[in-house]
Design a protein around this ligand. Structure first.
Ligand SMILES: *Cc1c(COP(=O)(O)O)cnc(C)c1O
Length: 394
């Protein structure tokens, strides 16, 4: 289906932060397949995990125990607020599981009327029917029918408005601690703490979508950790970096939040299968390493300083730098789609974003030298954008 406006570019091979076309042209990958290939391309441990798993057993179904699934679930619960995990093949499925878990929790509590999922403008939760209405982005819901009951939209950053929306039919508040697609807008620690408190006061479940901002992207294993334990969610969706390019997602929850998820209430044919879990395990073992998280904070500090320099030198092109860690949004004064093309002409790959942003989402293993190369390419793209804007004005 013609649902993508694809760039006329294909890659044959990848190593670390570099991608190569069949003709041998080299590109610096600062989008990582939208925050997926966090360990870079061709990571030896992931390659080995796939090869070894492929020789054993690919798939058995969740009718049987899957030892690597139990192991990865154990690692995820050890590292987080969560007690239980459900594995999926994508982010959107992890969100669906989160919504179902939240509603079923209230149902099991004898409050079946609590079905409302409160989402925020500028958020992105995936492309299933549930996920598009939970996010409420007008351009993603258009033509897909009326908003089903149980989805409520709140304004990003408006805590007073949120307080008024929470009522007797509220099941959960769903948010990305740092919005990805929406243009790398970040909730403050104070706001997240206030939302956690509101949830505690009203028996509302708090769902974090850390599909993009989680798994080391912000310099902590999960973005909520920036709140020093004062803003834990009850349920959390993760995916993207979890499989490093292999489709792996997960919905994490406390045992209380998941109290309604009893045998038969949910399932997946592929979710958590042996192949996916072998890669997920190998990937997660790397992502939890404190050295990697420290590295992310270091490179992110360097990039933030360098991008601020660009903003000072090109105020006619770059108007704001936002985000957290290596989830970086650069808000532009010139059209972001054109800017992505200018960057591509410099052999730099960056992602788009809402609010006329471009996003830098490099593999977490990017070195300072590679980051510095990215900045030089960004600078030349700024030159091109400036020249184009001047020519248009003349
Ligand atoms: C990518 C993304 C999703 C959807 O994940 P899919 O694997 O594409 O279904 C949901 N939420 C956020 C924050 C994302 O970045």
């Amino acid at each position: 289906m013609g649902v993508y406006q694809r760039a006329p570019l294909a890659f044959e091979r990848g190593r670390g932060v570099k991608l190569f076309t069949a003709e041998g042209d080299e590109y610096l990958d600062c989008m990582a397949g939208i925050a997926v290939t966090a360990l870079g391309h061709g990571h030896p441990k992931l390659v080995e995990a796939v090869q070894t798993a492929a020789e054993k057993v690919w798939h058995t179904s969740n009718i049987f125990r899957i030892p690597d699934q139990e192991k990865l679930a154990g690692m995820l619960t050890d590292a987080t607020f969560a007690d239980v995990v459900f594995f999926t093949n994508s982010g959107a499925e992890a969100i669906e599981c989160a919504i179902k878990t939240a509603r079923k929790h209230h149902w099991a509590n004898g409050q079946p009327e609590r079905i409302d999922i409160i989402g925020f403008d500028g958020s992105f939760h995936g492309r299933t029917i549930g996920a598009i209405f939970a996010a409420g982005n007008p351009s993603y819901v258009e033509g897909f029918g009326p908003t089903p009951p149980g989805f409520v939209q709140a304004k990003f950053g408006d805590l007073e408005g949120l307080r008024e929306l929470v009522g007797p039919t509220t099941a959960a508040i769903l948010l990305e601690p740092v919005q990805g697609e929406g243009g790398a807008r970040s909730w403050s620690e104070a706001e997240l703490k206030a939302i956690r408190q509101l949830c505690d006061e009203t028996g509302t479940l708090l769902i974090y979508d850390e599909i993009q901002c989680g798994l080391g992207r912000t310099g902590k294993l999960f973005a909520y950790e920036w709140c020093d334990g004062a803003a834990y969610p009850d349920i959390m969706a993760v995916a993207k970096a979890l499989g490093g390019g292999f489709p792996v997602g997960a919905c994490l929850a406390t045992i209380n939040a998941a109290k309604g998820m009893t045998p038969g209430s949910h399932g997946s044919t592929y979710g958590g299968n042996p192949m996916a879990m072998a890669v997920g395990l190998a990937s997660f073992e790397e992502l939890v390493k404190p050295e990697l998280l420290e590295h992310v904070r270091d490179v992110a500090g360097f990039l933030s300083q360098q991008l601020t320099g660009l903003k000072d030198r090109y105020p006619d092109v770059v108007v704001d730098i936002r985000g957290k860690g290596l989830l970086i949004g650069v808000k532009l004064a010139t059209p972001n789609r054109e800017f992505m093309q200018h960057a591509r002409d410099e052999h730099l790959l960056i992602a788009g974003g809402g609010d006329n942003c471009v996003r830098l989402l490099p593999p977490l293993v990017i070195t300072v030298e590679e980051a510095s190369e990215a900045i030089q390419k960004m600078e030349r793209a700024c030159e091109t954008a400036r020249a184009k804007a001047k020519a248009a004005a003349a």
